[in-house]
Design a protein around this ligand. Structure first.
Ligand code: NAD
Ligand code: TYD
Length: 338
């Protein structure tokens, strides 16, 4: 039988990779993509599938119950990728993080309950656990979000669980580590540094550059979410880890090496306030369910760097002509780099 899935935030980085992945992997599924098209959402990310008869785009806000009702009609499944996602932006203004990452999740859950959805995957994040010095967080670890983005995602994460605990909405919650790959908005570490390096502009490395992130290729993330849509257990949380912990300085050096650019482009700048030192996840629970990452970091990073080098028509208009990006860059880095 045909399944119809609502994918929210499908015009963003991970969402667009997931829409494409689902259409390719599940030929009998229909996809409805509900996206508000914020600064981070781009129709170009899905140009190659926009005419697929199994695909429908709806522009709208997950905080609007009427929009959500229309978009979820006829769906059996949903995966909520829609969110405000950038920590640095949440340190400047946080109100819209609360709206989308908490209130929007509530609207989706209420509608999921009303229509009797068969599976609702809430895409949470490893940042809800906060920072860890040694060892790795399991799904049982205490939540300790330490910035407004992480705190708002923790709100959505726990609301999703509450709808399982109270109303038996069949929710699965995922907490993935840092993603990288094609179509990532050039405000996050890897696409920002690759695109700056391609133009011989400085790479603003926060603090001592020794904060650790665990890098997960976006397609490994997509495989995990599809696996959980089909095999996840109701009410459970699953960590999704790349297993590639690296200090930021090491990722930065590798990007420069791959591009044949000098390390003199690295510019140590004032640290992010409240900067989480290290993220680390134990993904044994998801591995036991049959998933494992397939993309080695060195290959994935080389392919990603190549993608940005080959697709400057995708990122140059954002960096050169998008007034919003330019205002943000100036506010975030102007003082640090001067
Ligand atoms: P992104 O910022 O690239 O894309 C977010 C998308 O959501 C955009 O298309 C935007 O237009 C849309 N959106 C924002 N507010 C909306 C609203 N109110 N209604 C409808 N659409 C709205 O984000 P991403 O990096 O692709 O992240 C996707 C999800 O994965 C988020 O929930 C994020 O918290 C989670 N996550 C991301 C990472 C990562 O490393 N990027 C890691 C773990 C979890
Ligand atoms: P980021 O891509 O913003 O993801 P997150 O904050 O969700 O982990 O940042 C990844 C790491 O890179 C984080 O330790 C902060 C650091 N970073 C910099 O050093 N400079 C930058 O300009 C950015 C955007 C991030």
């Amino acid at each position: 039988m045909t399944s119809r899935i609502l994918i929210t935030g499908g015009c963003g980085f991970i969402g667009s990779n997931f829409v494409r992945f689902v259409l390719a992997e599940r030929p009998d599924w229909e996809v409805v993509n509900l996206d508000k098209l914020t600064y981070a959402g781009r129709l170009e990310n899905l140009k190659d599938v926009e005419h697929d008869p199994r695909y429908r785009f709806v522009r709208g806000d997950i905080c609007d119950p009427e929009v959500v009702r229309a978009a979820m009609a006829g769906c059996q499944l949903a995966a909520n990728f829609a969110a405000e996602t950038h920590v640095d932006r949440s340190l400047l203004v946080a109100g819209h993080f609360i709206d989308t990452d908490i209130k929007g999740v509530l609207v989706l859950l209420e509608e999921a309950r009303r229509v009797g959805l068969e599976r609702f995957v809430q895409i949470s994040t490893d940042e809800v656990y906060g920072s860890i010095g040694e060892g790795s967080f399991t799904e049982e670890s205490v939540l300790n979000p330490r910035n407004p983005y992480a705190a708002s995602k923790a709100g959505g994460d726990r609301l999703a669980f509450a709808f399982w605990a109270t109303y038996k909405v069949p929710v699965v919650i995922t907490r993935a580590s840092n993603n990288y790959g094609p179509y990532q908005y050039p405000e996050k570490l890897i696409p920002l540094f690759v695109t700056n390096a391609l133009r011989d502009e400085p790479l603003p490395l926060y603090g001592d550059g020794r904060n650790v992130r665990d890098w997960l290729h976006v397609l490994d993330h997509c495989r995990a979410v599809l696996h959980l849509l089909e095999y996840g257990v109701d009410g459970e949380v699953y960590n999704i880890a790349g297993g590639n912990e690296r200090e930021n300085i090491s990722v930065t050096r590798e990007v420069l090496r791959l591009l044949g650019k000098p390390e003199s482009l690295i510019r140590p700048v004032a640290d992010r306030v409240g900067h989480d030192r290290r993220y680390s996840l134990d993904a044994a629970k998801l591995r036991a369910l049959g998933w494992g990452p397939q993309v080695p970091f060195e290959r994935g990073l080389a392919e990603t760097v190549r993608w940005y080098a080959d697709n400057d028509a995708w990122w140059r208009p954002i960096k050169d002509h998008d007034g919003e990006f330019r205002r943000y860059y100036q506010e975030q880095y102007g003082g640090r780099l001067s």
